[in-house]
Design a binder for this molecule. Sequence first.
Ligand code: NAP
Ligand code: G4F
Length: 326
Amino acid sequence: MTAKRALITGITGQDGSYLAEFLLSEGYEVFGLVRRSSTINYERIAHIQDDIHLISGDILDQTSLQKALITSRPEEVYNLAAQSFVQTSWQQAVFTGDVTAIGVTRLLDAIMTVNRDIRFYQASSSEMFGKVVESPQKETTPFYPRSPYGVAKVYGHWITVNYRESYNLHATSGILFNHESPRRGLEFVTRKVTYHAAKIKLGLANKLPLGNLDAKRDWGFAGDYVRAMWLMLQQDTPDDYVVSTGKTHTVQNLVECAFGCVGLNWQDYVYQDPNFMRPAEVDLLIGDSSKAKDQLGWEPQVQFEQLIEMMVEADLKLLQDAHNLP
Ligand code: NAP
Ligand code: G4F
């Protein structure tokens, strides 16, 4: 039997790297769309680079998407490409819309042109719930986005639903709550905190500026969440699914946990910096993923405390290696 083929946009990102690993372990031939940059940023996929195929392209460039589909001939496409940092979306609102919203339509149109049998996954987000109108949030909870990023993701979600209903595409939207890992970008709050806790422990820093410590998030492990993406595309019928842990913690809980891992009192190092406050905040996210549990058989394996410990340990090792410390 020939291997199934999958194309991942955003393969150089946190989720793209875990998803590529997972699909390889399932016997897939994996293709990844990578955009041109003056320095190569393949750190997250360096260990599997010989096992995957990278195709040059950009979610902003329609023709490159069509060519990528023609070259890779995938059965499944996972659209993970996005300007994914909420804070930046206020500084670059139009760009965020072009990449994170209209990019989805470009890719769906390319699928319409090249092969309508391709199964499509859209990386939707709990940021769409924003100023939440009910808790916990589930598939039927109305959206109320609070950032240009959240607004762009709402567009991406609805265009996916619309192409499914208009053209009968196997197009699915995974509404994923925050998920983290040692590969998380340093600008996101979990990684910023675990990296700084490790740095302070090793005597390489002595301060950590943060924004809103009261915001609550439903944080899970990225490795668990990419499995849910794949399970969605194995269903006969496309649909929308919430993926979450069902537990919520404040940013302060996160800080306490990370500094606790290295035996330090967070209050000696953390201070509030207005530069990290947002013009509009998402105060509380907590997801109800019972549909994913019932229909996909998906459940998270890694708990919050384990996740933060894993990230702190990885950052300690990273810094020790980089600075030649025992
Ligand atoms: P990430 O680490 O920021 O990765 C984003 C990826 O998109 C990178 O590979 C990036 O490439 C690529 N990209 C950005 N602009 C592009 C463009 N114009 N053309 C092609 N590729 C482009 O994000 P992530 O955490 O892995 O998240 C993956 C997806 O899930 C994103 O769509 C995100 O919005 C969504 N999501 C994430 C979470 C979460 O908690 N992580 C939750 C819900 C939804 P470069 O490496 O070249 O920058
Ligand atoms: O880690 P964050 O930047 O993630 P945010 O905004 O929740 O977005 C992430 O999760 C979404 C899913 O819900 C994804 F769609 C999105 O792509 C991204 O992956 O911030 C989390 C919370 C916020 O309330 C923020 O105000 O932490 C608060 N925070 C407090 N101090 C901070 C900081 N966030 C950052 N990045 N940096 C701080 O210093």
